[in-house]
Design a protein around this ligand. Structure first.
Ligand SMILES: Cc1cc2nc3c(=O)[nH]c(=O)nc-3n(C[C@H](O)[C@H](O)[C@H](O)COP(=O)(O)O)c2cc1C
Length: 196
C-alpha cells in the first residue's frame, strides 16, 4: 500500500479544480493498492519563494515556517497526483511555487497529472514534466486530460467526469502506472536507506 498525495494546484475562489480533485479522490478510495490524502494549496499559504539561497545550497531546509510545514508534509508520501490548470499555456504560479517549496522530499518518487482546459492542460503538464525531472521525480506517462468538450460539458451542462468513459479509463491507467512506479521506487529507496 503506497501513500499518495493529491495536490490541488489552483487556488482562485471560483476554481474548477475541485471537480477533478473530488473525482480523483473518489477513484482512489475504490483502489486497494493506494491510500490518498488531498493537499489543497489554499491550506498551506506558501509565500512565493523567498529563501536566501537555493534548496540545494541550503540542504533542502527552508527558513519560512510555511515552507517547512509544506516540505515536511510532502515528505510523508510515496507519490503524487496534481490537478493542473493551464494559465497562458503554462502551469499556475502556485503549483510551480509548491514544487519549489520542497526539494529532497520529492526525490525518487513518481508524479501524475490531471489537466483540464481547452486542450486538457497538456501544455502546462509538459512544462511540469520538465520541472519534475529536475526534482529527480518520475513523471508517469499516463495522464488525464479533460479537454474542451468534457470541460464545457461539466462547466455548463451539469455533466460529471464519470459521464466520459475515456476519462474514467484514463484515470485507472494513471493510477495503475503511479502504483507501479510508487512501489518500485519505494522499494529502491528502502534498499538505499538500509545500505547507508
Ligand atoms: C490567467 C488564466 C489564463 C488561462 N490560460 C489558458 C490557457 O492558456 N489554456 C487553456 O486551455 N485555458 C486557459 N485558461 C482557462 C482555464 O483553463 C480555466 O479558467 C480553468 O477553469 C482554470 O483552472 P481553475 O478554475 O482551477 O483556476 C486560463 C485561465 C486563466 C485564469
Amino acid at each position: 500500500m503506497i501513500k499518495i498525495a493529491l495536490i490541488v494546484g489552483s487556488t482562485r475562489p471560483q476554481r474548477f479544480a475541485d471537480v477533478p480533485a473530488r473525482w480523483i479522490a473518489q477513484g482512489a478510495a475504490a483502489r486497494p493498492d493506494l491510500r490518498m490524502e488531498t493537499l489543497d494549496l489554499r491550506d498551506y499559504a506558501l509565500p512565493f519563494y523567498q529563501e536566501p539561497a537555493s534548496p540545494l545550497a541550503s540542504n533542502g531546509v527552508y527558513t519560512h515556517p510555511a515552507a517547512e510545514t509544506w516540505r515536511s508534509k510532502i515528505g510523508e508520501f510515496d507519490g503524487y497526483i496534481a490537478t493542473v490548470a493551464e494559465y497562458n499555456h503554462g502551469p499556475t504560479a502556485v503549483m510551480k511555487n509548491a514544487l519549489d517549496s520542497a526539494f529532497y522530499e520529492w526525490n525518487r518518487k513518481p508524479i501524475a497529472f490531471v489537466g483540464y482546459g481547452g486542450a486538457g492542460g497538456v501544455r502546462a503538464i509538459e512544462q511540469l514534466r520538465g520541472v519534475a525531472i529536475e526534482l529527480q521525480m518520475a513523471p508517469v506517462k499516463a495522464e488525464v486530460n479533460i479537454a474542451m468538450e468534457p470541460f464545457v460539458g461539466m462547466l455548463t451542462q451539469g455533466k460529471t467526469p464519470d459521464d466520459y468513459e475515456h476519462l474514467v479509463k484514463a484515470r485507472e491507467t494513471m493510477f495503475d502506472q503511479l502504483v507501479w512506479w510508487g512501489n518500485a521506487l519505494k522499494a529502491a529507496r528502502e534498499r538505499l536507506a538500509q545500505a547507508a
